[in-house]
Design a protein. Structure first.
Length: 131
């Protein structure tokens, strides 16, 4: 079976005091004079954007119309533990207009579907909260 690429993203990133990251498609350019917290902010934005897509997908698969636009407050923390560095994440997900038990179910299903969630599964501590 051949993989079918659905989306692709490419950036050019330069370090140093005049550092920046620019997407190949021109959709964004951001100054990066310091690598941190920029890396954590970018990861938080990318993961939460992907998670919102996964949330919409699982709702659609279950034929659940989301009456309002969901949102995510994502926090990525860089930790120094023992001899190395690790990340820790918290996603506070708001699914307005949906009753809490169903919203929690959708969030958990989205976490199983989201490619970013899959990429970090078992690698970092993740806290999912229904906001």
């Amino acid at each position: 079976m051949t993989d079918k690429i659905l989306f692709s993203g490419s950036t050019h990133t330069v370090g140093g005091a005049e550092g920046y990251a620019r997407s190949a498609d021109g959709a964004f350019e951001i100054e990066l004079p310091e690598p941190h917290p920029a890396a954590e902010n970018l990861f938080a934005a990318a993961w939460s954007a992907c998670f919102l897509g996964a949330l919409g997908l699982v709702a659609g698969q279950r034929m659940i119309a989301l009456p309002e636009t969901p949102s995510i407050d994502a926090t990525i923390e860089l930790l120094h533990r023992g001899a190395g560095f690790e990340l820790r994440a918290r996603l506070d997900v708001a699914v307005p207009g949906i009753d809490r038990p169903l919203a929690q179910e959708l969030i958990e299903a989205a976490h199983k579907v989201c490619p970013y969630s899959k990429a970090i599964a078992g690698n970092i501590d993740v806290e999912l909260n229904l906001a």
